[in-house]
Write a protein that binds this ligand. Structure first.
Ligand code: GRF
Length: 198
């Protein structure tokens, strides 16, 4: 089996990236994590990647005059890595078509809600404010429209009495890690592909 070359984009803690790195330790897993890229030099996840001997790269968005210029630099690095797939994992940048288009069908994101509910930020707070009974997380293909690409996999959790945004986020995060590993495997193995509209 030829394992797909995957890169992970992070901005902070990187617990989903860790879950992907751990899953990919199994040589039967259809992807290997070849690089971890952050837009923030102080992203905690970078230390873990370095410790694991994974190539890391910081591309600081503040060094660029526009979103497009940042996206072009990031895309150039990702192209150099000869990646098959990219996983956004807590990558807190709005991406432009400059970065999205070259990777259409090959870029995934994990979002902490049951999409299409609660696109954007503060998903746990909004679910609680609505009195939602269930909540969860989604892995989807990245397309031009924020948090709207084809869904690869979802996992649900119950909202419990007394939940705060923090307790709910923690319960969702527990589901995110295995979900992302499963979703990347489905895409890397070719079992799931992004549908192209004709
Ligand atoms: C996760 O909740 C993810 O769904 C969201 O940002 C958070 C990132 O956490 N996009 P981590 O950096 O993977 O720990």
């Amino acid at each position: 089996m030829i394992r797909k070359r995957a890169g992970v984009l992070i901005s902070g803690r990187g617990s989903n990236m860790r879950a992907l790195v751990e899953a990919a330790r199994d040589l039967q897993y259809p992807a290997q994590i070849v690089c971890v890229v952050s837009n923030k030099a102080d992203a905690a996840g970078l230390a873990f990647a370095i410790e694991r001997g994974i190539e890391t790269k910081v591309v600081d968005h503040r060094a660029f005059v526009s979103r497009e210029a940042f996206d072009a630099a990031l895309n150039a690095y990702l192209q150099d890595q000869k990646l098959d797939l990219i996983c956004c994992a807590g990558f807190m940048r709005i991406m432009t078509p400059v970065l999205i288009r070259p990777w259409l069908g090959r870029m995934l994101n994990i979002h902490p809600s049951l999409l299409p509910a609660y696109k954007g930020l503060h998903t746990h707070e909004r679910a609680l404010a609505d009195g939602a009974k269930s909540h969860g997380c989604t892995v989807h293909f990245v397309t031009d429209e924020l948090d709207s690409g084809q869904i690869v996999a979802q996992a649900a959790v119950s909202v419990l009495p007394g939940d705060t945004a923090g307790t709910l986020a923690a319960r969702v995060l527990e589901q995110e890690h295995p979900l992302y590993a499963k979703a990347l495997a489905l895409v890397a193995s070719g079992e799931i592909q992004m549908r192209t509209s004709s």
